[in-house]
Write a protein of this length. Structure first.
Length: 279
């Protein structure tokens, strides 16, 4: 029953995106959309090159991953292998509470504190809206997801593997990194993918902290716009239903759907490849 509901929901999502997207590409060449470097679909002289949005999405998500994956994995290893039961019972609920902070609050934290207090102190040329603050705070946002799920995967590793490694003279660090992490690798990969998927789909943090100016740039101290923030901004605007400007929402949404689908498909293959079965 649940599987049928999931399949029907997915079909409904694809159908709702597909029809307006096809109509959009009947008016705009797909090559101009995918490879154009100027994005101003709502202006009087519109440009439909989506590369600035894709670049902004990937750069901010990349910054978030550089923050979240090392911190999340280190937290999971500590909770699973080093922390005593009392410490684990204290820290893990704190991580889960952090995961429940509304993203709009995290967005203003990035704008008011990370940018104005931290980044502009270190680099005075930092713009008020910038990709770095959004990526850093987004990374903090997904740390609890990666840490909690990775710790669950490590805790599920049979104690016999640890005991066997200790019997062979391994140190605690060697057991944690070379035995437990490898045995739980499929679950850790799944945690990474879930965290990255949440980062790619995040809207409020990037809309508040990174700004709404699409720019094809590698300078993380400048403002950027992501695909999700464009969808939110354009969807709340006054574009007439059925106009080309309105249909850009569905075209960008379809591209985002394809990107996340490919990423999830790759992750499923990796999870299956590294899955360990214990009796």
């Amino acid at each position: 029953m649940c599987a049928a509901i999931s399949i029907l929901t997915t079909i409904g999502i694809i159908w709702s995106l597909l029809v307006p997207t096809i109509e959009f590409f009947q008016a705009v060449p797909i090559t101009d959309f995918l490879f154009g470097t100027e994005w101003s679909p709502l202006f009087a002289d519109p440009e439909f090159g989506v590369l600035p949005l894709v670049a902004g999405t990937l750069i901010i998500t990349g910054i978030a991953c550089l923050v979240a994956i090392p911190l999340g994995l280190a937290s999971a290893i500590y909770l699973s292998e080093y922390a005593n039961p009392r410490t684990r019972k204290t820290i893990k609920p704190i991580l889960e509470i952090l995961a429940g902070i509304p993203t709009v609050i995290l967005g203003f934290f990035a704008l008011e504190f990370v940018t104005q207090v931290v980044l502009q102190t270190i680099w005075p040329q930092t713009e008020v809206f910038n990709a770095l603050s959004a990526g850093l705070v987004m990374g903090i946002m997904i740390v609890p997801t990666i840490a909690s799920l990775s710790e669950d995967a490590m805790s599920a590793v049979p104690a016999g593997l640890r005991e066997g490694a200790y019997a062979l003279g391994s140190t605690k660090r060697q057991v944690a990194t070379k035995v437990v992490v490898r045995a739980a690798l499929s679950g850790i990969i799944a945690a990474f993918v879930l965290g990255v998927s949440r980062a790619i789909g995040e809207t409020m943090i990037v809309a508040i902290a990174a700004g709404l100016q699409p720019a094809l740039s590698l300078n993380v101290l400048d403002g950027m716009q992501t695909m999700t923030s464009f969808i939110a901004a354009a969807g709340s605007g006054d574009q007439p239903t059925g106009s080309i400007g309105y249909k850009t929402i569905f075209a960008v949404g379809s591209l985002l759907f394809v990107m996340t689908f490919i990423m999830n498909a790759i992750s499923i293959r990796l999870v299956r490849k590294y899955r360990e079965v214990y009796e």
